[in-house]
Design a protein around this ligand. Structure first.
Ligand code: GLN
Length: 542
């Protein structure tokens, strides 16, 4: 079977959830045994998401091959339970850079370099490259942004050309749109969708399906109206009603035969039966928890929960598989002070210190780490969270009040966390951290070893600073075990406290590997220990 393409565009407004719709359709198609992948085009000019503040677009997701991508890639991986690579996320910045670099190399010698055909050809090349590496039955291509935006035009032109080249039975267009509901008149409105579809048509693209975000069920009249104005069969108007739980979306689409209709339109006629059992088992457990716990996520971008999307989802995966509902208390580290710490952490069963950069809110993180350590509260520190736990330990256990990370204070007397050697001459910020999959060897008989049940692991990274091994003996002598190290560089990857129920810090990011079907072992263990945690009389910080 020739690879088929599904293009997903968005209309009316941004943030309608194209990533979730693409992932949900992906789950349905994969459940029928098709080999699928999802690619995202982002129409902004950053080369990747690595240099974006999380408040702009949510968290930066890191692929196993070390690419800093859009958070939608996280949805793809978590829903589909399979990895993506840097080829799955392409920005306009990358497209234009490639074309301009090619021009300088003389690749288009004699030609005027233009949006059409040079930019569109580069977009096409990046779409087609996916099935050159690995065969896929179906590739879903999500076009970021909203139809009507200036920056989306080269992508729409590429879709138009590709549909013509591939043939209309080998590619389809799904347009995700919003149907606003006017309470005063009790009506669903179709006009914005009509305009959005008209805009697509002006660019030579005809949608095959409309997926409608709506607060109310869509009547047959609305379907007919949309059909008349948008050249789409009423049966191809799919409802995507608001739901509290994103995991319900694949089923909501499935009961409307969306996957079947998509496959038919792609001329895939001998349909394989779907097996949604693993997915539905997860939902069943999610909706019927036996326990409820609250875990605190301490970070500095907590006002936007998407900044810590993968961590939040990892806690849900780990909780659900153990029938535990994990309630998250979001804590801005900046507000944590000795005088309010008991109140802030009242009722929580675990503390997670999130990754981060820069010094804002560091003092609060150090206090949170100390609080977890002295009160035997389950603790997980991720990346900066691990570094903070080591700074706190140095300050309060090793009696080094000036202990710090050089990221916070480059002139500290006790540089516990230092810039990695191979980072010292790096001036450019983009894509230059220690990124992606790297090995780590776990110490036998450690807590972390019992969690993974194996000696060598591979996890994803994103950092510039590391633990200063000059201090290693002092730490281990005082009760902190270095339980994971990189076998090639001796860089400290995992730390744990000997006399603590669960106190683990990891330099890597386990949250990027947790999926709905395969929760991450560290999160499973952290959530389990948090559930077992019995509130003890709390010691305050001096
Ligand atoms: N800022 C720290 C470093 O670069 C931690 C990074 C992170 O938490 N991802 O090492």
């Amino acid at each position: 079977m020739k690879t088929k393409y599904i293009f997903v565009t968005g209309g009316v407004t941004s943030s309608l959830g194209k990533g979730i719709i693409s992932s949900s359709l992906g789950v349905l198609l994969k459940s029928r045994g098709y080999k699928i992948t999802i690619q995202k085009f982002d129409p902004y000019f950053n080369i990747d998401s690595g240099t974006l503040n999380p408040y702009e677009h949510g968290e930066c997701f890191v692929t196993s091959d070390g690419y800093e991508t859009d958070l939608d890639l996280g949805h793809y991986e978590r829903f589909l339970n399979q990895i993506t690579t840097h080829k799955n996320n392409v920005t306009s910045g990358l497209i234009y850079k490639t074309v301009i670099d090619n021009e300088r190399k003389g690749k288009y010698l004699g030609k005027t370099v233009q949006v059409i055909p040079h930019i569109t050809n580069e977009i096409k090349r990046r779409i087609k490259i996916l099935d050159k590496i690995k065969y896929y039955n179906i590739i879903i291509v999500e076009i970021g942004g909203t139809v009507g935006d200036i920056e989306i035009l080269p992508y729409l032109e590429t879709v138009r050309q590709l549909q013509w080249e591939l043939g209309y039975t080998n590619s389809i267009v799904i347009h995700l749109t919003l149907l606003p509901y006017i309470f005063a008149t009790g009506e669903i409105k179709t006009k914005p969708t009509q305009h959005s579809i008209r805009n697509l048509m002006e660019n030579g693209v005809q949608a095959d399906f409309l997926v409608c975000r709506t607060e109310q069920h869509i009547s047959n009249n609305i379907r007919k109206k949309l059909s008349l104005f948008c050249n789409i069969s009423p049966t191809h108007v799919i409802e995507s009603i608001n739901t509290k739980i994103i995991y319900d979306i694949p089923n909501l689409l499935h009961i409307q035969n969306f996957d079947k209709k998509v496959l038919k339109t792609l001329n895939i006629l001998s349909l394989k039966q779907p097996n949604l059992d693993p997915w539905n088992n997860f939902i069943k457990k999610y909706k019927n928890p036996q326990y409820k716990i609250t875990i605190a996520i301490v970070g500095k971008y907590v006002a936007l929960h998407d900044s810590y999307k993968s961590i939040k989802e990892s806690l849900i995966h780990a909780g659900t598989h153990q029938k535990i509902f994990v309630n998250i208390k979001w804590i801005n580290s900046y507000i944590i002070k000795t005088k309010n710490i008991i109140k802030i952490f009242h009722g929580i069963s675990g503390i997670l210190i999130a990754p981060g950069f820069g010094n804002r809110g560091i003092q609060g993180k150090i206090l949170a780490s100390e609080y977890a350590r002295i009160n035997n509260i389950p603790f997980l520190g991720i990346c900066l969270g691990m570094q903070v736990a080591m700074i706190e330990f140095a300050k309060n256990v090793l009696n080094k009040p000036d202990a710090d990370s050089c990221e916070i204070n480059p002139y500290t007397k006790d540089p516990i966390i230092i810039l990695m050697k191979n980072q010292q001459n790096i001036k450019h910020k983009g894509g230059s951290m220690r990124l992606g999959n790297l090995k780590c060897v776990l110490k036998k008989n450690s807590k972390i070893f019992s969690i993974y049940g194996q000696e060598q692991i591979i996890e994803r990274h994103r950092h510039r600073y590391e633990f200063n091994n000059v201090y290693l003996k002092l730490f281990t002598n005082a009760g902190m075990t270095i339980s994971g190290i990189n076998p090639d560089t001796a860089l400290v990857e995992v730390i744990e406290l000997d006399n603590h129920i669960f106190f683990i810090g990891v330099q890597f990011h386990p949250e990027y590997k947790s999926t709905i079907i395969n929760p991450h072992p560290i999160f499973l263990s952290f959530v389990k220990e948090s559930k077992n945690y019995v509130n003890q009389p709390l010691l305050t910080i001096k």
